[in-house]
Write a protein of this length. Structure first.
Length: 564
């Protein structure tokens, strides 16, 4: 009997142990408590906050809801009968509990005729927020974060549906409304994320409208459009903000500038992974951090003057359009560990400018190389980047399409300079015309194309084909008359490499194509000369002679003169 009881006890303990986690999970799932409200301006005592009997007044709902709960707006919930101060100015709707406010469906939301003031961390999500402006109050549609966290997550911010009111959107301030002292937190966070087509903000002020303010820091994450595309890093009307401001920009932001006039502290900018920013001037920024696969393109007249740059893997900082030298006052940090699963970022610098880094370079970053993206040909002997000589990091052009260049890192007592140099063309030891090109050749028809192949050999005698870039940039072609006068290769004739042969690889050899446009100015003996610009080596065509035959027509593409 005792044995049977022991067995039953063990079985019971096993069942209880297995059931316990299930009970905990069930309790966790029930943690979210929803409080419902509709109408918004009905009886203060009607309803109990359930889905079946929602509260009828927003004031009652905000009074009864508890921290951590979710307020569900059923239909259009109004707050237009606002309380006033002694001067009859409207009091803001005050939310002083950490709650989330959502719409019961996509058309549900809050229609409010006063400001909103936070006294706690509040998230508005999946709802329609209509902040109707008050007559004579330009800032009457402001949400005051007041040192707390404000999140607008997939929020429709339009007023009504008229396009005439498209720019009437909420403003956001990190400060508090006048007369609301004592409700300020010490760390403002403003997030506008997961935008829908009608998510737009009128303007963002990190500081206060009415007074100088101080914050531990202000964090702004923006992934939507602004009406005023300048983010104000301090207060309005000359009011200062003491504290650091950190701005994170997503792919849907349209920021064009930062107003740092009254900021007493640092402004740091982060570009989110995958975001492309091409409207923003970066001047007076402390830390600029570019997340993975982000891209910044600076417009022609933009400024780039930041203290520190952090360029993460596959990020691209494109400075090529700038007409002035971009500058980094302190350090430039690339990817510090590069492995098989990690590719460093890229900085793209124009052929007429230099990236001036006053501090040190850390990690590895590509210079003017970004996968298959087209880059202008490097300029030989141009200094693309300068930094302190104590730099431990480096730049690389590995993967460039211009394989006849190298990046030279030259050191003086104080600075490193990254300068482009040309590789010695070891493959160009010998090159010569082949086939009938060693004899006179008749060009017998105006407007017809004639082809002359060239063979290139390495030092070991191996025949090879130079790249497209080598042919067009390292070799010069000239066509001259028997009196030594150069043929005009724009008006009288065309002389260049056969691009079809180069690009499609249809021939074992590279070929020069000649076509005469102006017969009278080219008739007679011509000399086609190929010169290697680096070494100065030249080869004239067939002892220097082609022959434009003038009246001879309908002959094959190439002839030996001694046949006639």
């Amino acid at each position: 009997m005792r044995k049977k009881l022991s067995v039953l006890f063990l079985i019971l303990m096993l069942i209880m142990n297995q059931a316990a986690p299930m009970g905990i999970k069930a309790a966790d799932a029930a943690d979210e408590v929803k409080v419902y409200v509709e109408n918004g301006e009905g009886s203060l005592t009607e309803g109990d906050g359930t889905a079946q009997r929602p509260y009828q007044n927003i004031r009652t709902a905000l009074k009864q809801i508890q921290t951590g709960q979710t307020l569900v707006l059923v239909g259009e919930v109004s707050y237009t009968k606002y309380e006033t101060y002694e001067d009859e100015s409207p009091k803001p709707l005050f939310i002083d509990k950490d709650i989330t406010i959502v719409g019961s469906d996509t058309s549900a939301g809050l229609k409010i005729r006063s400001m909103i003031q936070l006294g706690a961390d509040v998230t508005f999500r999946d709802m329609w927020l209509q902040m109707v402006p008050q007559a004579g109050n330009a800032r009457g549609t402001t949400i005051y974060a007041a040192g707390h966290t404000l999140v607008l997550d997939a929020v429709d911010t339009r007023v009504g549906t008229s396009t005439l009111q498209d720019d009437v959107r909420p403003l956001i301030s990190g400060g508090a409304y006048q007369g609301e002292e004592g409700k300020m937190g010490s760390h403002t966070t403003i997030k506008v994320v997961n935008p829908i087509s009608q998510t737009k903000i009128a303007a963002i002020y990190a500081g206060d409208y009415y007074r100088d303010s101080e914050q531990d820091k202000v964090d702004i994450e923006l992934d939507s459009k602004l009406v005023d595309t300048e983010i104000h890093a301090a207060g309005a009307d000359g009011h200062t903000l003491t504290g650091n401001v950190n701005v994170t920009l997503g792919k849907d932001s349209n920021v064009t500038d930062f107003d740092k006039t009254d900021l007493i502290g640092e402004l740091n900018v982060n570009v989110k992974a995958g975001a492309h920013i091409d409207t923003l001037s970066f001047s007076g920024i402390n830390n600029l951090t570019m997340a993975e696969k982000s891209r910044i393109t600076l417009p022609k007249e933009a400024d780039f003057n930041v203290n520190n740059v952090f360029c993460e893997k596959n990020a691209v900082l494109d400075l090529r359009q700038m007409s002035t030298n971009p500058s980094v006052a302190n350090n430039f940090t690339g990817v510090t560990v590069v492995g098989e699963d990690q590719t460093c970022g890229s900085v793209l610098v124009g052929n007429d400018t230099t990236l001036e880094i006053k501090g040190e370079v850390y990690g590895l970053t590509k210079l003017n190389v970004n996968g298959s993206e087209y880059m202008a040909r490097f300029v030989e002997n141009h200094c693309y980047i300068q930094a302190k000589a104590s730099s431990s990091g480096n730049f690389t052009i590995e993967g460039t399409q211009y394989t006849n260049f190298q990046l030279n890192k030259k050191k003086t007592e104080e600075i490193y300079s990254w300068i482009i140099g040309k590789l010695e063309n070891e493959d160009a030891d010998d090159f010569y015309w082949i086939g009938d090109a060693d004899k006179k050749s008749v060009i017998s028809q105006q407007g017809k194309e004639y082809y002359y192949p060239v063979e290139f050999k390495k030092a070991d005698g191996t025949v090879y084909k130079p790249t497209f870039e080598e042919l067009f940039y390292d070799y010069d072609l000239a066509l001259t008359k028997e009196n030594g006068e150069a043929v005009d290769l724009e008006e009288a004739a065309f002389c260049s490499w056969d691009e079809e042969c180069i690009n499609e690889g249809q021939s074992q050899y590279n070929q020069v194509m000649v076509c005469i446009y102006d017969w009278e100015n080219c008739k007679g003996e011509l000399t086609l000369t190929l010169t290697h610009s680096k070494t100065g080596k030249s080869i004239p065509m067939g002892n220097g002679e082609l022959y434009a035959a003038g009246g001879i027509v309908d002959l094959a593409q190439r002839y030996l003169w001694d046949q006639y």
